[in-house]
Design a protein around this ligand. Sequence first.
Ligand code: SAH
Length: 243
Amino acid sequence: MFKKSAITLILMIFVSFIIFLFLSSSKPYTDKYEKVRQRMVRDQIVAKGIKDQKVIQAMLNVQRHLFVPSSIERMAYEDRPLPIGEGQTISQPYIVALMTETLELDETMNVLEICTGSGYQAAILAEIVREVYTIEIIESLGQKAKILLESLNYDNINCKFGDGYKGWEENAPFDAIIVTCAPSNIPKPLEEQLKEGGRMIIPIGGSIVQELVLIEKKNGKLIKKEVSSVRFVPMVRNDGKRY
Ligand code: SAH
């Protein structure tokens, strides 16, 4: 009698343990900021006029809080740029969406990004286009972004460390180019590496305030249009001096 109930008890404990193991291993990763991110997209992206569904979906998909230091991850969905170390910043979500939308991207395109920073803009691009090429001059930042992007399984992002002013000749021409640091003039190599019919978005101006300029290459000529005033960190040379 005792033996039978003891066996039943052991069996029940064993079965409960197996069920527990199954449940804990199949528990999906919970994204604690999903609701906050949806609010950010509604209030800061759609409400301010972004219409491209591909951009809106990308902003919903990419978990911005993974791209900022964990000490400030709670601020990741606020309407502002944030520090990412080395004196650099991740751009305000709206500016990321605006620059991305302006490029009129689709899934067939190869895009060059100058200034990887945290890797957030690269992830947004990778959600939409075929291949992303991104260059960062501060190797520690670039390495961190590369590791994060790999861990998120973005196999269409190619990272390079070096001076983005020179572009990425081997993979040119690009359907679109996005520059997220500010030189005082449009870099010649980037002009040359833009495909005929392609678009480039770039902040041009002084070290504090710049004008976001959309450039289209038509019949070999560059047509420029000012989009809005912005504030980006300067594009620098290897010796730290501003371009
Ligand atoms: N797009 C980034 C934000 C870029 S912040 C993001 O989504 O997080 C600007 C970055 O430009 C900094 O990381 C800075 O190191 C980098 N940078 C400045 N000059 C550069 C250059 N000549 N080439 C490549 N990167 C440069």
